[in-house]
Design a protein around this ligand. Structure first.
Ligand code: GUN
Ligand code: ZN
Length: 450
């Protein structure tokens, strides 16, 4: 065995994998990213006949099968997935687990959709049993779609957060979630107060943040449903706990933007409201970002605040088209997200499908290679988790999926005559969905198999 393999095996004990200290080996085509292909030439590694080695829930080595095979101890069994593709697990940077049961509910735009469907649905999460049942189904659905990490909104009820993290930690998943803060412009039954919201959030931080693989996100729903006092306290909480996450919505819909202008007449822009309260910082995730101006984009880039681009939701609710060229000219941190239940699919492959079309409608072209980057390492970078998840760098947590290019008759027929990696990935992104995900692994343990 090579000395590198021995070293990593010795330092990786203590992480729950199938058998502590046992090496797992997977043979397949392997793809992962080390950089953003939009800005770098050597941004990905592709091993057509590749091998991924895992030990104690972490990546031990990745490379060509032929080169690595001779370094393996004799007793290692190799799982043979030739003809399939191994990539890092998908990262969905914006999704609402309580909205699972109201996915595909029609409404003429964001604000009526919130009033008619979202608020009554979220009311049910005052009940811990209901929360646990939905969290269980939601996590099953993520794993079926190959999503191993998500940034998740719970509801205003602290018990909805307990239910989610309990389900996630039982499966040893790397998840980020938080209690929604909202103290105005919403039904009485979903309202906290500036003080109770921050007190309950702090208690949840102490209970869940960095417990195993769980991470906490301070979650003001969006500027219209928080008073100035609540935004002030949320910003203070973010400063008091700088390694927690912060997530909210911004500039999704023109009616929403006009509403924010009337509620915060002194702010330069919608994003400026959040900036005023100190909410632009690394580990803050802003969903949508459609109706920003260049000053907003520059502020987000300068503060390492990230964007969760949500194309299926934006098309479904008629919110608008994300502007990729403008975002890239500011080198903003970009990631892809489903935004279920505004989004219409849990699948990050289907999210790529719509990403491609949104980019085309904006006059630009999004290669499949970049979409796979955005759904893996791009998400990890947006969450400041590079080196932890998002690619197969040695020592990263072994969250990975196996994609089947023959998953459906049409995919099989199309991928039988793709000539390049780009063509293969493009077919998977445009034609793939949950059926394409043969198996999902979290920290080296299988958590889904078709
Ligand atoms: N803005 C405020 N709340 C929400 C929500 O639940 N979904 C979406 N898409 N936008 C929002
Ligand atoms: Zn959302």
């Amino acid at each position: 065995m090579s000395t590198i393999l021995k070293d990593v095996m010795q330092t990786n004990s203590g992480h729950p994998a199938s058998t502590p200290g046992a090496m797992q080996a997977y043979r397949a085509s392997v793809l992962h990213f080390t950089n953003d292909p939009a800005f770098h030439n050597d941004a990905h590694a592709w091993f057509e006949d590749g091998l991924l080695l895992i030990c104690d829930g972490k990546v031990l080595q990745v490379g060509d099968y032929v080169a690595l095979k001779s370094t393996l101890p004799d007793d290692v069994t190799i799982a043979d997935y030739r003809g399939k593709l191994i990539i890092p697990g998908f990262i969905d940077t914006h999704v609402h687990y309580p909205q699972t049961d109201m996915i595909a509910s029609p409404a003429p735009g964001l604000l009526p959709w919130l009033e008619t469907y979202t608020f009554p649905t979220e009311r049910q999460f005052s009940d811990l049993n209901h929360s646990s049942q939905v969290a269980h189904f939601f996590i099953d659905e993520l794993l079926r779609c190959g999503t191993t990490t998500a940034m998740v909104y719970c509801t205003v009820h602290p018990q909805s957060v307990d239910a989610f993290f309990t389900e996630s930690s039982e499966r040893n998943l790397r998840m980020v979630a938080g209690k929604v803060l909202m103290d105005r412009n919403c039904p009485e039954f979903l309202r906290d107060t500036a003080e109770s919201g921050v007190r309950e959030s702090e208690a949840l931080i102490n209970k869940w943040h960095k417990k195993g693989r769980q991470l906490y996100a301070i979650t003001p729903r969006f500027a219209p449903t928080s008073s100035e006092a609540q935004l002030q306290l949320a910003g203070e909480l973010a400063r008091a706990y700088p390694d927690t996450y912060l997530q909210t919505h911004v500039a999704e819909n023109t009616d929403e933007v006009a509403w924010v202008k009337s509620l915060f007449p002194k702010a330069r822009s919608y994003m400026d409201v959040y900036d005023h309260y100190g909410m632009l910082r690394p580990r803050s995730m802003y969903a949508h970002c459609i109706w920003l101006d260049d000053a907003d984009r520059a502020r987000m880039a300068a503060t390492q605040s990230a964007v969760a681009v949500c194309p299926t939701s934006n098309l479904f609710l008629g919110s608008g088209l994300f502007d990729f060229p403008r975002a890239d000219s500011e080198q903003m941190l970009l990631s892809l997200a489903t935004d279920v239940g505004g989004g219409t699919s849990f699948s990050m492959l289907q999210t790529m499908n719509e990403t491609y079309k949104v980019a085309r409608m904006g006059g630009s072209y999004m290669p499949a290679l970049r979409m796979f980057y955005l759904a893996t390492l791009g998400g990890a970078r947006s969450m400041q988790l590079e080196g932890v998840i998002g690619n197969f760098a040695i020592g990263t947590e072994a969250d990975f999926i196996i994609l089947d290019p023959q998953a459906t008759p049409l995919l099989a027929r199309r991928t039988a005559n793709t000539n390049t990696l780009e063509e293969l990935l493009f077919a998977l992104a445009l034609l793939g969905d949950d059926r394409t995900v043969l198996a999902t692994y979290a920290a080296g343990r299988q958590v889904h198999q078709r």
